[in-house]
Design a protein around this ligand. Structure first.
Ligand code: IPM
Ligand code: MG
Length: 353
């Protein structure tokens, strides 16, 4: 098949892991007889430096002409002055909003090869396989806000409409139907009005998915249950900010934030694929980055935007084989001593395809 992929490396370790993913996808294209065209664009801090805008119109145009977007990471200390009028993160948030990518899928699973590295007891981590579905284009991230300006107060507002909750709940219920048929909805219905709407709506949507077992957890309790009984969860659905926080917490289960991929989707096949980890400026340019989160994001791109399930599974199997062979970047080894660089790890995955 022919496909055009918009490639947005961004900042920090983004360019390193994105470059390796383009090599990975090119190898897939060669092995399976596909033709992928990669078109690169600016986003985040580097886009601010070069154009003054974290999401230049040219980047939006490149993405609009593509079948899917592959993104590295945005942000870094160079642009984190709180008084700055524009942040690199605005580029990413703008992209999610522009394309209406309301459903953010973040799978988290444990790898037998990494269990001994995990900070939690290995027995707790057996068979952990969770899919987070995070609402991505509404909630407190996109509510009315007042920047501090020169005053002494500011605010952000959290608003949800019934239809916004319905569409993300539908994605979550459908995902659960294809998995172990359990959905946990996370809210703060004991305090927040928006979260009471959230819970009522999820209960109503549940009527259409009676084969799925539904559980509700308040977000504070959810943070604890996630660590005390992680293997009991199947799909977890949450609003924008709670989903952001819980998915970072859940990375501890996988051993490292560097392991986690994500897909941001809307109702059609178009999507944005990025690792959950950020730009990690402290290790940028040193060949230390773990490429797994980015590689698994590329696999999700093949699966969800291009319907290439076999090719996606091939990438996942090649990563498993590389871990089973003992190759480790520093973030997934207890001693903190990497056995290989980003490049070496990536080359081995590509050989294992
Ligand atoms: C994430 C990140 C982003 C978010 C930032 C970089 C804007 O933390 O994708 O989880 O908060 O959504
Ligand atoms: Mg986050």
């Amino acid at each position: 098949m022919k496909a055009t992929i918009a490639v947005l490396p961004g900042d920090g370790i983004g360019p390193e892991v994105v470059a390796k993913s383009v090599e990975l996808l090119s190898a897939i294209a060669e092995n399976y007889g596909h033709e992928f065209t990669f078109v690169e664009g600016l986003i985040g801090g580097i886009a601010i430096d070069e154009t003054g805008d974290p999401l230049p119109a040219e980047t939006v145009a490149i993405c609009e002409a593509a079948d899917a977007i592959l993104l590295g990471a945005v942000g870094g200390p160079k642009w984190s002055d709180p008084t700055a009028t524009v942040q690199p993160e605005r580029g990413l948030l703008g992209l999610r909003q522009h394309f209406g990518l309301f459903a953010n899928l973040r799978p988290v699973k444990t790898y037998p090869a990494l269990l001994e590295h995990a900070p939690l007891r290995a027995e707790l981590l057996q068979d952990v396989d969770i899919l987070f579905v995070r609402e991505l284009v509404s909630g407190i991230y996109f509510g009315e806000r007042q920047e501090q300006g020169d005053g002494d107060s500011s605010y952000d507002t959290m608003a949800y409409s019934r239809s916004e909750v319905e569409q993300v709940a539908n994605v979550a219920f459908r995902a659960a139907q294809g998995r172990r048929k359990k959905l946990c909805s996370v809210d703060k219905a004991n305090v927040l009005a928006t979260m009471r709407l959230w819970r009522r709506t999820v209960v109503d949507v549940h009527d259409e998915y009676e084969d799925v077992e539904l559980e509700h957890l308040l977000v504070d309790a959810a943070t604890m249950h996630l660590l005390t009984r992680p293997s009991s969860f199947d799909v977890i659905v949450a609003g924008n900010m709670f989903g952001d926080i819980l998915s970072d917490e859940a990375s501890v289960l996988a051993g490292s934030l560097g392991m986690l991929p994500s897909a941001s989707l809307r109702a059609d096949k178009f999507g944005l694929y990025e690792p959950v980890h950020g730009s990690a400026p402290d290790i940028a340019g040193q060949g230390k980055a773990n490429p797994i989160g980015m590689f698994l994001s590329a696999a999700m791109l093949l699966r969800y935007s291009l319907q290439l399930e076999g090719e996606a599974s091939a990438i996942e199997a090649a990563i498993d084989a590389t871990l089973d062979a003992g190759l480790r970047t520093a973030d997934i080894v207890s001693s903190g001593q990497a056995s290989v660089s980003t490049d070496e790890f990536a080359v081995t995955v590509i050989q294992n395809l």
